[in-house]
Design a protein around this ligand. Structure first.
Ligand SMILES: *Cc1c(COP(=O)(O)O)cnc(C)c1O
Length: 386
């Protein structure tokens, strides 16, 4: 055998199978068949094994199954990002002529997908108030096919009355989609509240380290066959490394989330007493307008919340506050171990109780909360001094 061929045909005499705690990371486009008979089975629809990289390799399948069990879903599929998961869930359930309701505090890029892309295919969408409940009746049309909810919303944290909405939707055969990124499956089971399809951005708490993008769609029994077909048809593929790292992140989710929850509550309660702060938007606080819904439906709160200020400050004053912070970094996304802060100017299509107000959103990380408090206390003083 020539050396060029030896490099290619090299085989090891050692057994390559070894038992590790984490499942191995498989990378492949081509998957080999044992023999010609196996290949022939594919054409007859009789082959049970994995045929190609887009057929979901074991690394992806392991992670899907872990999420599926945690979410009480019938089928789970992974996507290259949270927004890709939202888009796929919408595309799989809508057709030309359909109408869609979307809560006005839902992830903005998902809303843009509806107004700027789905509209080109004859699918109309209407925003509904972020704290909608049984009042969705007013927005329904005969052709309403889907309702997309996100509760609490990830900037202003209003909650929808999920039970009231799913009750109406079920009676009218409308499919309900729910973005569960904030609560994760540990603090909310949307299926138990009548939701049909649950979406998550795994880039947040499931990953936990702010170093990957991934999303998931999990569906109830009624949608499992159609969603599996849709996924196969579209050949969405998420790199094996992202699945491997997401599964690794999932293992420590419960411990991390407990800490995020505790630290966020300490800081939220302290902010409520701060003289410059007007309102703290955190569903687990009694002062939150939909606190009763959080208490009824959720079993915990995560580390993402916001606050508003009593006065209006200039850009210069905000710069003095934000740029002075030592623990909080300035950046998008959330759910990771590092505390982050982002100010937002809220603009809405439906009436919003924070319209025109500057919202400061905090992602509470895994630092000691005392250091985070001190950082905010020092930073907020700069607002009035600058
Ligand atoms: C970040 C986010 C998304 C989008 O997820 P990506 O993984 O960043 O694409 C969707 N929904 C919510 C609530 C989010 O916070």
């Amino acid at each position: 055998m020539h050396k060029e061929t030896k490099i290619i045909c090299h085989t090891s005499k050692e057994s390559l199978s070894v038992k590790t705690i984490n499942p191995p990371l498989y990378r492949a486009s081509t998957v080999l068949f044992e023999n010609f008979a196996d290949l022939c089975k594919i054409n007859k629809g009789e082959y049970q094994g994995i045929t190609y990289g887009t057929d979901r390799l074991p690394t992806q399948r392991h992670f899907e199954e872990a999420l599926r069990q945690l979410e009480d879903a019938v089928l789970t599929r992974i996507f290259p990002s949270g927004i890709a998961a939202i888009q796929a869930a919408l595309m799989s359930t809508l057709k030309a002529g359909d109408h869609l309701l979307i809560c006005d505090n839902a992830y903005a890029t998902g809303q843009h997908f509806c107004t700027q892309f789905l509209s080109r295919f004859g699918i109309q969408s209407t925003p509904i108030p972020p704290n909608a409940g049984a009042d969705i009746e007013h927005y329904l049309r005969p052709e309403t096919a889907v309702i997309l909810l996100e509760s609490p919303g990830s900037i202003t944290l209003e909650l929808q009355d999920i039970r009231a909405i799913t009750e109406i939707a079920k009676a009218k055969n409308i499919t309900t989609l729910f973005d569960n990124t904030w609560a994760t499956p540990l603090f909310l089971n949307p299926f138990a509240l009548g939701i049909d399809i649950v979406i998550q951005s795994l880039s947040k708490y499931i990953c936990g380290y702010s170093d990957l993008l991934a999303g998931s769609v999990s569906v109830s029994a009624e949608y499992s066959d159609s969603f599996a077909d849709f996924y196969r048809l579209m050949e969405f593929i998420t790199p094996a490394e992202e699945c491997y790292l997401s599964l690794r992140g999932l293992k420590s989710l419960a411990t991390r989330l407990r800490q995020h929850e505790q630290s966020a509550l300490v800081i939220a309660q302290w902010l409520e007493t701060h003289p410059l702060v007007a309102e703290v938007l955190h569903p687990a606080l009694k002062s939150h307008p939909e606190h009763h819904l959080w208490k009824r439906d959720f079993s915990g709160s995560s580390g993402l919340f916001s606050f508003t200020l009593k006065d209006n400050y200039t850009e210069h004053q905000f710069a003095a506050f934000i740029d002075s912070l030592q623990c909080f970094a300035l950046g998008y996304s959330w759910g990771g171990y590092k505390s982050l802060l982002v100010p937002y100017d809220v603009k809405r299509q439906t009436p919003c109780r924070y319209d025109g107000k500057k919202i400061v959103r905090l992602n509470i990380g895994l630092e000691n909360p005392e250091d985070l408090l001190e950082d905010l206390a020092t930073g907020l003083k700069k607002l009035t001094l600058a």
